[in-house]
Design a protein around this ligand. Structure first.
Ligand SMILES: [Zn+2]
Length: 461
C-alpha cells in the first residue's frame, strides 16, 4: 500500500543510529540537576533537556535517554524510554531481574544500541507517545512532559501500567520550530530547514512521512508543505530511526496535537475506515469517557479525515498504522479552539493531568485489546481518493487535490459547539478553583520550584 518508489534505502540518506545519552556512574550521581517546573510553565528547549536529564539521573533504574538525530539547527531530538521490567530495577524480584537481563543480553549481542526489540507477540508492549511536531502547539509538549512526570515522579500511582507496558516518549519532535515559535513567531508551525529550491523555510513534518506522501501539499509557502521528498526532513528521519526499529514491539502509538479537542484514528489519507476501526474506536472512546469522568471535558472521536473534514497524506499516524502495522494508533488533539495553541499557564497542569488520565485509561485498554488485533491478516488498505491518486513524484500541480476541505459545517452547528465548549471551560475552571480552595492551596508563583507533598493541585491521578 505504501509508495516505495522513493523510499529511502540509499545509504547516503541514512541518518545516524539511535544513541543512548550516557548517565554518570552511581558514585558520581550526587551531582544535583535542578528540576525545571515542568507542570506550570512552558519550558524552553534547554529546560526540557534538563528535565529529561534530571529524570534519567533520578530514576536510572528504569529510565533511559536516547538521541534520535540532529535537526537543521543542530538540536537533538530525544526519546525517553521508561521500562519497569529492567534488569537494573532493584524493585523487581531477583527472578524477574535475571529474566530481563537474559533478554537484554540476547538483544545487545546483535550490536544494537537503541531500546530493546524482542521477538514474539507477547513482547508487543510499547506505548509510543510523541508531541511538538507542530512548533506552535506548546501545550502538546507540556502534556507529553506531564506523561513523563506521571510515569516517573509519580510512578507508584501508575504502577499498574508500568508493570505491563513499556513507554517510549518523544516530547519535542521539532525543537527548531518550537524555539522559533517561542522567540520569534508564536504562530510558526513547520520546522526550520530552508527549502533548496526557494528561500522559504520549513516543511510540515506531519506531511513528510512515506505514506501516500505524493498526495500532500506541494506549495512551499504553505503551512502544510509536504517537503522535497518522503523523509526529507531531519526530524522525520529521526523519528523513522526509532519507529522502524521498534515496529515489531509497538502496541499503541499516540500523536499529540492541538487544538481540536478530539481523539482521532486513521485513516487521514482517505475517507474509508480501516479494517480494525472498531478496536480503534473503542480505544478512543475509552479516552473520551475517562476525561469526561475526570472533569467533564468532552472530546470528540472519529477518524482523522472525518473529523477534520479533509484528507491528510504523509502523516506519522498513518505511517505507523499503515506501513509499520502497529495494532493501535491515534491522534489526540488537546483543548481547545478557545484556548488556542498556547493556553494560559494556569491551564498547563489541568490539561496535562486530565489528558494523562485519558491516556492512562487508553494504555490499559490497548493492553486488553492486543489479542483481538491481527494486522497481518487484514485485507489491503484502500488507496487515496482518485483525484489524489497520482503515481508521479508529487511535484506536479497536485496541490489543489490535497488537504481539501469538505463543505464547512453549517453556521448554526458551529455556534452551538463553540458555546458548549465555552461552558465546559467555565465549569472546569470553577472545579479547579474549588479544588484549590478545598486544599487551601496558596497561590504561588508560576516559576516556583515544585513541591512534592500532597495538595498541590496535581489531581487525583
Ligand atoms: Zn498539529
Amino acid at each position: 500500500m505504501q509508495n516505495t518508489t522513493k523510499r529511502a534505502k540509499k545509504k547516503t540518506r541514512a541518518a545516524p543510529k539511535v544513541t543512548q545519552v550516557p548517565v554518570p556512574p552511581h558514585n558520581a550521581r550526587r551531582v544535583i540537576i535542578p528540576r525545571p517546573d515542568v507542570l506550570h510553565t512552558y519550558l524552553e528547549y534547554n529546560q526540557i533537556n534538563q528535565y529529561l536529564e534530571y529524570i534519567v539521573h533520578k530514576y536510572s533504574n528504569f529510565v533511559k535517554l536516547y538521541t534520535l538525530g540532529l535537526t537543521h539547527e543542530r538540536r537533538e531530538v530525544r526519546a525517553l524510554e521508561i521500562n519497569w521490567n529492567n534488569p537494573d530495577n532493584v524493585e523487581l524480584s531477583s527472578v524477574m531481574r535475571l529474566q530481563a537481563a537474559k533478554m537484554a543480553d540476547v538483544y545487545r549481542s546483535t550490536g544494537a544500541k537503541g531500546p530493546l526489540v524482542l521477538p514474539g507477540d507477547k513482547n508487543r508492549n510499547i506505548i509510543f507517545i510523541e508531541a511538538g511536531t507542530h512548533a506552535r502547539e506548546w501545550i502538546t509538549v507540556s502534556t507529553c512532559l506531564n506523561c513523563i512526570y506521571q510515569l516517573t515522579e509519580r510512578y507508584t500511582r501508575n504502577i499498574e501500567v508500568l508493570r505491563n507496558l513499556r513507554f517510549i516518549i518523544v516530547p519535542l519532535v521539532n525543537p527548531d520550530g518550537y524555539e522559533y515559535s517561542r522567540t520569534k513567531n508564536r504562530n510558526w508551525r513547520k520546522n526550520r530547514r530552508p527549502q533548496k529550491s526557494t528561500k522559504i523555510v520549513g516543511a510540515d513534518c506531519n506531511r513528510n512521512y512515506d505514506i501516500f506522501w505524493e498526495c500532500g501539499p506541494v506549495r512551499t509557502n504553505r503551512n502544510t508543505y509536504k517537503g522535497e521528498r518522503p523523509f526529507s526532513e531531519p526530524e522525520t528521519r529521526a523519528m523513522r530511526n526509532i519507529l522502524d526499529s521498534l515496529a515489531p514491539n509497538l502496541l499503541f502509538f499516540l500523536s499529540l496535537h492541538s487544538y481540536g479537542q478530539s481523539i482521532m484514528y486513521p485513516w487521514g489519507y482517505c475517507r474509508e475506515a480501516p479494517y480494525h476501526w472498531r478496536e480503534l474506536h473503542t480505544l478512543a472512546a475509552t479516552g473520551r469517557a475517562a476525561i469526561k469522568t475526570y472533569n467533564g471535558r468532552e472530546y470528540r472521536t472519529g477518524s482523522i479525515s472525518c473529523l477534520t473534514k479533509r484528507t491528510i497524506a504523509g502523516s506519522v499516524v498513518d505511517y505507523v498504522y499503515g506501513v509499520l502495522k502497529a495494532p493501535l494508533a491515534l491522534v489526540m488533539e488537546l483543548p481547545s479552539r478557545e484556548l488556542g495553541f498556547q493556553p494560559p499557564v494556569e491551564m498547563i497542569s489541568q490539561i496535562g493531568h486530565e489528558s494523562w488520565f485519558g491516556i492512562r485509561e487508553m494504555c490499559k485498554s490497548a493492553f486488553d485489546l492486543r489479542q483481538s488485533i491481527k494486522r497481518d491478516e487484514e485485507p489491503v488498505a484502500p488507496r487515496p481518493p482518485a483525484a489524489h491518486n497520482t503515481s508521479g513524484t508529487g511535484d506536479t500541480n497536485a496541490s489543489h487535490t490535497s488537504d481539501i476541505k469538505k463543505k464547512p459545517l453549517k453556521k448554526k452547528n458551529r455556534k452551538r459547539s463553540k458555546r458548549s465548549l465555552l461552558t465546559q471551560h467555565a465549569e472546569i475552571l470553577e472545579l479547579q478553583q474549588r479544588h484549590m480552595e478545598a486544599a487551601k492551596m496558596p497561590q504561588r508563583s508560576l516559576t516556583a520550584p515544585m513541591r512534592t507533598r500532597r495538595g498541590q493541585g496535581d489531581g487525583p491521578s
